[in-house]
Design a protein around this ligand. Structure first.
Ligand code: GTP
Ligand code: MG
Length: 371
């Protein structure tokens, strides 16, 4: 059974408690020295809403836990991030900035002035990599809700780690599922509650009340339009499983007291953080023409081989390849020879799509920084 305590899901028998996550220690892999993890800016107050119910084992990835030889909660994420930095340095940089983003970024900044609250949607698998470096300066003091969408694609332990992190920061966070609608009603309530002051001020000035205006913004393909559609129970905004579907800003009304702005996914014009860029590619949050499938799949293999919830054995068992997943490039080549007539592109695509479909269990690729 799973139980909730202050927004943190506890799973019997191995409950995860607030503050009991992310204790790192020496890992079994050689370490590098640079960390590229970046944190997000935030606004005050704590509230964690949304949630999901899981089975007895707690995490969807628990079927792979037999491969573990270290405590997953003691895994050194900073070290993985440092190694990722070195792995990506050797690769062709991933850059993606289609024309519609440049155009709507300007419009979006103008529309920000109209918003009573900003709902910033991130991919729960990579909340740091789907946090726009300029978001803090664009928003200023504006009220903000962070949404970690795709909550079905991470484990309970991942979720708890992020819930604790945002609670520590005092940031309002909602976990949601844009495909099934979980979290959307809570999100709309929270947006209205946070913006209630607007109509109090209007009344004091003798003006009639108006609907609260909430702008939904975030990286491409994180589920912004789906969240709106789920809330409205109608397909008002185009949504599809590829980045760059929404091309225009669009206000839609939810009931009589909430207006929502759907916006195209925005990413920085120049991706300086290539670790983040690779994770966007892995999670299909960036245009696929911007990256080399074989290179990205090789990095994914190296990450998965390291993650305690997956591990080398899960990779080898799945593809029937006897090889160390820490050499991702050779892994992809071997898979190509075994299953795809030597076609590494197809082999790479298989690995990426298996990850995206949860074939290695639902796991996040990022955990929050410890402090
Ligand atoms: N598994 C899962 N899939 C989701 C979730 N939310 C959205 N999706 C799927 O993700 C895909 C992208 O969703 P969109 O709503 O188009 O994403 P977007 O952020 O509006 O994308 P752009 O308009 O391209 O920026 C769709 O196929 C959705 O069905 C979720 O919480 N879980
Ligand atoms: Mg969209």
């Amino acid at each position: 059974m799973a139980a909730q305590l202050s927004g943190v899901w506890l799973n019997s028998p191995a409950a995860t408690l607030a503050g009991n996550v992310l204790h790192s220690r020496g890992s079994r892999f050689p370490s590098a020295t640079v960390s590229t993890a970046h944190t997000s800016t935030s606004t005050p107050t704590i509230q964690i809403v949304g949630g999901k119910n899981l089975g007895q084992n707690g995490t969807e990835s628990s079927k792979f836990s037999s491969t573990l030889d270290i405590d997953p909660e003691e895994f050194d994420w900073v070290e993985l991030e440092a190694d990722l930095y070195h792995w990506t340095k050797a690769l062709r940089p991933v850059q993606w900035y289609p024309g519609h983003i440049a155009k709507t970024e300007k419009e979006l900044k103008d529309q920000l002035k109209l918003m009573d609250v900003v709902i910033e949607v991130r991919d729960a698998r990579i909340p740091m990599s789907t946090s726009h470096p300029q978001m803090g300066s664009w928003l200023g003091n504006r009220k903000r809700i962070v949404v970690l969408n795709r909550e079905d694609m991470i484990s309970t332990a991942d979720r708890n780690a992020w819930a604790n992190y945002y609670a520590r920061l005092g940031t309002k966070v909602v976990f949601s599922n844009g495909q099934l609608g979980m979290g959307t009603m809570k999100l709309s309530r929270l947006a209205k509650d946070m913006s209630g002051g607007v109509n109090i001020k209007r009344k004091a000035k003798g003006l009639l009340p108006r609907p609260v205006r909430a702008g939904i913004i975030g990286y491409p393909n994180v589920g912004k339009s789906s969240l709106i559609n789920r809330l409205l129970k109608r397909r008002m905004c185009p949504a599809a499983p590829r980045p760059g579907v929404t091309r225009e800003l669009k206000w839609v009304r939810f009931g009589k007291d909430l207006e929502l702005l759907d916006s195209p996914g925005i990413i920085p014009m120049r991706m300086n953080d290539q670790s983040a860029a690779i994770k966007l590619a892995i999670c299909d949050d960036i245009g696929e023409r911007s990256y080399d499938f074989s290179e990205v799949a090789a990095i994914l293999v190296q990450i998965l081989a390291r993650l305690p919830a997956v591990g080398n054995k899960a990779l080898c068992d799945r593809y029937k390849i006897e090889i160390d997943g820490r050499d991702g490039r050779t892994f992809v080549q071997k898979l190509a020879l075994r299953m795809f007539n030597g076609d590494t592109h197809q082999a790479a695509f298989r690995i990426l799509s298996d990850f995206r479909k949860g074939k290695f269990g639902w796991v996040a690729l990022e955990r929050p920084p410890k402090s």
